[in-house]
Design a protein around this ligand. Structure first.
Ligand code: NDP
Length: 291
C-alpha cells in the first residue's frame, strides 16, 4: 500500500451503507416472497439511558425501512440479573423472533456479559456473546460483531487488499479492537494490537499499512503517526465541547495528507455498523426459514 501517490481518498461509509441497506431491503422482499415470512429483530432495553433509547429507536426505524419487523422489550433499571437473563431466554424460544439485540451498556449492577451470553448463537445478530466471539477465534461461522464487521465490509467494497498487510489496531475493547484485530488476522493480515500501556505508540502506527483507530480519544492519531500511503480507519466518535458534531480518533485533515485512504467522521464507520446489524438480522432469518 506504499505504492501510488494519491492521498486522502475517502472510504465513504454513508454511501456504502446506503448500498448495503438497499441490498438488504431486496433480500427481505425476496425472503417474504419465498417464505411468506420476514426477519424480526427483538431489542432488549434495560433501564433509561437516554443514549441507549436513541440508539434503539434509530435501529428500529432503520429496520422498518428495510422491511425488518422489530419489537422492543423493556425492563426497569432495577431489573435483577435473573429477570434480564430470563427475558433473553424467552426471546430465544420464540420462533417468530430471528434476531436479538441487547442494547448496552446495561445498568452497572448487572453482569452484562452474562446477559449477552444468554443470546443463542443463531439469534446473536450483534455478535458479542462469548459464543460468537469465541467462534471468531477459531474462524467458525457466527454473526460477526457489527462495528468490526462494518470496517471489514468497507475495506472489501473498496477492494483494499488485506493479505500480507501489516494492520495496526489501536484499542483492545471486546466490541471493537479485539474482534476487528481477529477479523483482520483471519483475512491474513499481520496484526499488531496497541493499547493504553503501549509505549511510543507512533512507532507502531507508522508501520501500519492499515491503521484502525478504536480509542475514544479525539484526534489522537495525527499526521506524523501515519505511514505515507496507508489506509486509515477511524472508528472513534467523540463529543467535544465547542465542536459541531462528533470528532473521530484521527485528525482527519492530517490523515488526508498522508494516507491513501481514510474514513471520515461522521460518514465512515458509523453508518456501516447499523447496516451490518440489518445484514446479520437478514442472514439469521434466511438461516432460520431455510430450516
Ligand atoms: P473503550 O473505551 O472500550 O476502549 C478504548 C481502547 O483504547 C482501550 O483498549 C484502551 O486501552 C485504548 N486506549 C485508550 N487510551 C489510549 C492511548 N492513549 N493509547 C493507546 N490506546 C489507548 O472504547 P470502544 O472500543 O468501545 O470505542 C472506541 C471508540 O470507538 C470510541 O470513540 C467509541 O465512541 C467508538 N465506537 C464507535 C462505534 C461505531 O459504531 N462507529 C461503535 C463502538 C464504539 P486499555 O485497554 O489499555 O484501556
Amino acid at each position: 500500500m506504499t505504492e501510488g501517490t494519491e492521498r486522502g481518498r475517502i472510504l465513504d461509509g454513508s454511501a456504502t451503507a446506503k448500498t448495503l441497506r438497499r441490498e438488504i431491503t431486496e433480500g427481505t422482499t425476496l425472503l417474504k416472497q419465498q417464505t411468506g415470512r420476514v426477519p424480526h429483530l427483538a431489542a432488549v432495553l434495560i433501564g433509561d439511558n437516554p443514549a441507549s433509547e436513541t440508539y434503539v429507536a434509530m435501529k428500529q426505524k432503520t429496520c422498518a425501512k428495510a422491511g425488518i419487523v422489530s419489537s422492543l422489550h423493556r425492563l426497569p433499571s432495577s431489573a435483577a440479573q435473573q429477570q434480564a437473563e430470563e427475558l433473553v431466554k424467552k426471546l430465544n424460544s420464540q420462533p417468530d423472533i430471528t434476531g436479538i439485540l441487547v442494547q448496552h451498556p446495561l445498568p452497572s449492577h448487572l453482569h452484562e456479559q452474562a446477559v449477552l451470553d444468554c443470546v443463542s448463537l443463531e439469534k446473536d445478530v450483534d455478535g458479542i456473546s462469548g459464543n460468537s466471539l469465541g467462534r471468531l477465534i477459531s474462524a467458525e461461522p457466527a454473526h460477526p460483531s457489527c462495528t468490526p464487521a462494518g470496517i471489514i465490509e468497507l475495506l472489501k467494497r473498496y477492494n483494499i487488499p488485506l493479505q500480507g498487510k501489516h494492520a495496526v489496531v489501536v484499542g483492545r475493547s471486546i466490541i471493537l479492537g479485539k474482534p476487528v484485530a481477529l477479523m483482520l488476522l483471519n483475512r491474513h493480515c499481520t496484526v499488531t494490537i496497541c493499547h493504553s500501556r503501549t509505549p511510543d505508540l507512533a512507532e507502531y502506527t507508522r508501520q501500519a499499512d492499515i491503521l484502525v483507530a478504536a480509542v475514544g480519544k479525539p484526534e489522537m492519531i495525527t499526521q506524523h503517526m501515519i505511514k505515507p500511503g496507508a489506509v486509515v480507519i477511524d472508528a472513534g466518535y467523540n463529543r467535544v465541547e465547542g465542536r459541531n458534531g462528533d470528532v473521530g480518533d484521527v485528525h482527519y485533515e492530517g490523515a488526508a495528507k498522508q494516507a491513501a485512504w481514510v474514513t471520515p467522521v461522521p460518514g465512515g464507520v458509523g453508518p456501516m455498523t447499523i447496516a451490518m446489524l440489518l445484514r446479520n438480522t437478514l442472514l439469521a432469518a434466511q438461516g432460520r426459514f431455510a430450516e
